[in-house]
Design a protein around this ligand. Structure first.
Ligand SMILES: [Fe+2]
Length: 395
């Protein structure tokens, strides 16, 4: 895979570590923001995750003007418009999104409306529509997987038309991402596992897709190593602060990697499965990753073989003949998937999820072929190919 040209862009300040949250007031003040609004969901608030954020601001004499805590798992244009209304009414001047993918995407979309004006978020959908920097925006992820804190996209459902609206602009990137292990200490095991496998998939697909480049490669391999080294120990010891920080950083690094390269067939299948069967995204990633890599194998033998080093460490890497390393990487990922099943019953097959029926596979295959992620898969995918991968993932 050679490249005549590539771009790499990540202007997000990353503030990471065990006291990262305490730095939020300093960052707000640095952008002359005095009246922040928090955008979050009920689960985050109930888990007490806002408390350290609020305490840090209070200690610095900075008032959180208002907290919107009702972001649904699949955010909509109505929710975005309502939050923008509150922001304006309360004369806020900045946004702190605290949560998983939905709260972060909602924060990005609210920032478009309150910065650009109007009530109709749909008119800003698409790529490159936004032309100006937006209001100060901070993201505190409470899951470790999506990488949304470093991606220039948001997806919001337009419920009147029943479609998902994509928004793409580098202005959606937050001013800072605050990566604090306290935010993920209480994540339930199956969510820890599934979201970490989303991060792993971002890294592996970024490293093997058509648009890979030397800079995204560096972030991708570092992310694979961190997930490989820390995920199972965090599953065994959920309060392991250092391990949690490793996974959270891996998620951010994998996010930087794939947003500067791309993903591939795992994501195309995952998006379709999410839409049709409402299966969590991270779980889909874990289910499909080994089978897609098998499908792509001959096209990605070399980079996939290189991943054996971050996946299994130097001893296994050097003991494995170069010609067998790609297969060994797939085995390592299968082993990880099986270990996660052992620890939290994370399903290993579509059938095990209990939410997919075999007669839905054709529909999933058809929808996956229309997904944008498939364009960057290293090997071209026909409908029959997609069906065959799904069949392998079935049981
Ligand atoms: Fe993903």
């Amino acid at each position: 895979m050679t490249h005549k040209y590539y771009e790499f862009f990540c202007p997000v300040k990353v503030i990471a570590g065990k006291s990262a949250l305490e730095h939020i007031p300093y960052e707000l003040t640095g952008l002359a923001a005095k009246r922040p609004m928090i955008v979050t969901d009920k689960g985050v608030r109930a888990a007490g995750l806002l408390d350290p954020v609020i305490a840090a601001c209070e200690e610095s004499g900075l008032e959180i003007v208002t907290i919107y805590d009702d972001v649904p798992p699949d955010s909509s244009t109505t929710v975005v418009r309502d939050i923008a209304g509150i922001y304006r009414q309360e004369k806020c001047d900045s946004i702190i999104a605290v949560g998983g993918g939905s709260a972060i995407d909602t924060g990005k979309a609210v920032n478009i409306l309150v910065s650009e004006g109007g009530d109709d978020i749909a008119k800003y959908s698409g790529a490159g529509v936004i032309k100006h920097p937006l209001k100060p925006f901070f993201v505190v992820p409470t899951t470790a997987g999506t990488g949304s804190e470093v991606t220039a996209v948001a997806v919001i459902t337009d419920e009147t038309k029943g479609v998902k609206l994509p928004f793409t602009s580098s202005f959606l990137l937050p001013n800072a991402a605050i990566i604090d292990p306290r935010m993920t200490l209480t994540l339930p095991p199956h969510i820890t596992a599934a979201t970490a496998m989303d991060a792993m998939t971002h890294a592996v697909e970024a490293f093997t897709c058509m648009a890979k480049n030397p800079l995204s490669d560096a972030y991708a391999t570092a992310a694979v190593k961190k997930v490989s080294q820390s995920l199972l120990s965090v599953m065994d010891n959920p309060k392991d602060v250092d391990g949690r920080l490793e996974i959270a950083q891996a998620s951010t690094m994998a996010g930087i990697a794939f947003s500067n390269s791309m993903v591939g067939l795992v994501h195309a299948l995952g998006h379709a499965t999410g839409a049709i069967c409402h299966l969590p995204h991270g779980l889909c990633m874990s289910l499909y990753l080994p089978y897609v890599l098998e499908y792509n194998l001959e096209t990605i033998r070399e980079p996939l073989g290189d991943l054996l080093l971050p996946l299994e460490g130097p001893e296994v890497f050097s003991a494995t003949p170069a010609a067998r390393r790609a297969e060994a990487s797939i085995s390592a990922l299968r082993k990880l998937r099986d270990q996660l099943h052992k620890r939290c019953q994370l399903p290993r097959t579509l059938k095990e999820t209990g939410k997919v029926t075999e007669d839905q596979l054709d529909q999933i295959a058809e929808m996956a072929l229309d997904d944008g992620a498939i364009m960057f898969n290293p090997k071209e995918v026909s409908l029959d190919d997609a069906r065959a991968v799904l069949q392998r993932a079935w049981a």
